[in-house]
Write a protein that binds this ligand. Structure first.
Ligand code: SF4
Length: 484
């Protein structure tokens, strides 16, 4: 402000304007800037309506080869006007393409492309629909977002329920905000697989759990999608005494009737944070309840294994960890389709590390590494770190960080915050490196849930961070790259 006043004074001195003229001049100036801004905005909207704006072109891709550039507009593929990214993905799955592109300087190009059926063009598209994802219309009794503390970044409070995000990013949707025409569109464009939060197939119970009368439609909707050839991954957030026991068995039997279109069912425990106040009374899972569930479900999983060749319904790792029992073998998890839901994560991680222990060879020269994890994974990571340390001449200490931010019932590594790590490990870490799994950080930015950045963490703990995939796939390669 001080600077602005100084500049105004200089302008006054320099131009010999009186202050009234100066104020008049400034009003005109700001108005013209705003009008310009509106023109730009209108132009962008118009372009989006015309086609899809190309945000970026991958280096060495087909698109780059034929001269498409960022800022161009994709108008048509094989004579069809491209309305959104789904239509784009559907239309490019062809051997021969005829593209109509509007260059950023206005000229229209028609481009013929011959490619392999599943080969990508290398275009990054701006889809207006993705900038405004569909909002969820439910009020689930177990919603994790309702149990978040205040003052987190705004995007964490956004409740999306968008089929496009389900297809593109793997988000789970409830189908409660989808009309039949939209289901038809999913079938037409083969938006498959989609991830559906089912929770229960009992219509009355589902309406109660999701607090939405449209939730009763689930059986008809799933059947329609399955008959339309769509593959569906299902999820059940299990709430003790609500959708478990007989309700769970009935749900699984209903879903099994839609196999193989319903490919699998992930059963995850309800998350309860310390901020759960004035909400539906739900009990979290503990050792006893988890063990009861594992034993209750086992005969049904064995039956499915005999009948379908897959256990079909799989429990999240957390249940086994809480119950203190052995996890199922690696083969139990098939193709690990629901890893992000914590289904088979530990076995997948172990297998990746064991393979790299055989494949890699380097001398870590006794370098000291700190591995960070939550309570759930601590025992497994501690065991495996001993093998890594011995094999590569490293000193590894595994630190268990408690989730003070969300409360004691949240034990997974992916929900740890930067502040908890700093608070609990400050003056404790003596290692040269701290190894951080990427699921503790935002997907597109190195910040924790509480906006602490990875570089803040490095400064506070006076240690260099190594960011690795939480699946263990690049853990040893990354360590090797840093220490040798
Ligand atoms: S659908 Fe998801 S985001 Fe929406 S209320 Fe239910 S749990 Fe929360």
């Amino acid at each position: 402000m001080k600077e602005l006043l100084l500049k105004l004074h200089c302008l006054y001195e320099f131009t010999n304007f009186g202050y009234p003229e100066l104020v008049f001049f400034l009003i005109i100036f700001f108005l013209s800037v705003n009008i310009k801004f509106m023109e730009i905005k209108v132009e962008v909207l118009r372009l989006k309506k015309e086609g899809l704006v190309i945000k970026d072109v991958t280096f060495n891709s087909i698109a780059q080869e034929v001269g498409i550039e960022a800022g161009d507009i994709l108008l048509k593929i094989n004579g069809v006007k491209v309305k959104d990214i789904l239509e784009y993905k559907f239309l490019i799955a062809d051997d021969f393409l005829n593209l109509v592109i509007k260059k950023n300087y206005g000229e229209e190009w028609e481009i013929e492309i011959e490619k392999d059926y599943d080969e990508d063009l290398g275009l990054e598209i701006i889809d207006p629909a993705l900038e405004h994802p569909k909002r969820c219309h439910n009020k689930c009794i177990f919603c994790f977002i309702d149990q978040l503390p205040p003052n987190l970044r705004e995007t964490l409070y956004f409740k999306d329920d968008d089929s496009m995000l389900s297809f593109l990013q793997g988000n789970f949707i409830t189908l409660t905000n989808l009309k039949d025409e939209e289901l038809d569109r999913i079938i037409k464009y083969r938006i498959s697989p989609i991830n559906v939060s089912v929770h229960t197939t009992n219509p009355t119970l589902r309406v109660k759990m999701l607090n939405n009368k449209r939730a009763a439609e689930i059986n008809r909707q799933l059947k329609k999608l399955a008959e339309g050839g769509i593959s569906i991954n299902c999820q059940i957030v299990l709430c003790y005494g609500i959708n478990d026991k007989e309700e769970l068995i009935n749900t699984l039997e209903d879903l099994k009737r839609l196999y193989p279109n319903v490919q699998n069912v992930a059963i995850v425990p309800v998350g309860i944070t310390k901020y759960r106040e004035n909400l539906y009374n739900i009990e979290g899972y503990d050792a006893r309840k988890s063990l009861e569930l594992i034993e209750y479900l086992k005969p049904l999983q064995e039956k499915y294994q005999r009948e379908l060749g897959t256990p079909f319904a799989r429990l999240a790792d957390e249940f086994y960890v809480m119950a203190g029992v052995e996890l199922p073998e690696y083969e139990h998890y098939g193709d690990f389709e629901q890893l992000e839901d914590g289904i088979g994560m530990i076995r997948f991680f172990e297998r990746n590390i064991m393979e790299d222990l055989k494949a890699l060879n380097f001398d870590g020269k006794g370098k000291r590494l700190a591995f960070i994890t939550g309570e759930s994974f601590f025992r497994y990571l501690d065991n495996i770190s001993k093998l890594i340390a011995e094999r590569f001449n490293l000193n590894i200490k595994v630190y268990k960080v408690y989730n003070e931010f969300f409360g004691e019932m949240i034990t997974v590594a992916g929900l740890l915050t930067g502040k908890d790590i700093i608070k609990q490990l400050k003056n404790l870490i003596k290692e040269d490196y701290i190894v951080i799994p990427n699921n503790m950080l935002k997907a597109d930015e190195d910040i924790f849930l509480d906006d602490i950045s990875l570089s803040d963490l490095e400064k506070e703990l006076n240690v260099k961070a190594i960011k690795v995939k939480y699946t263990g796939e690049d853990l040893l390669e990354k360590i090797k790259g840093e220490v040798i």
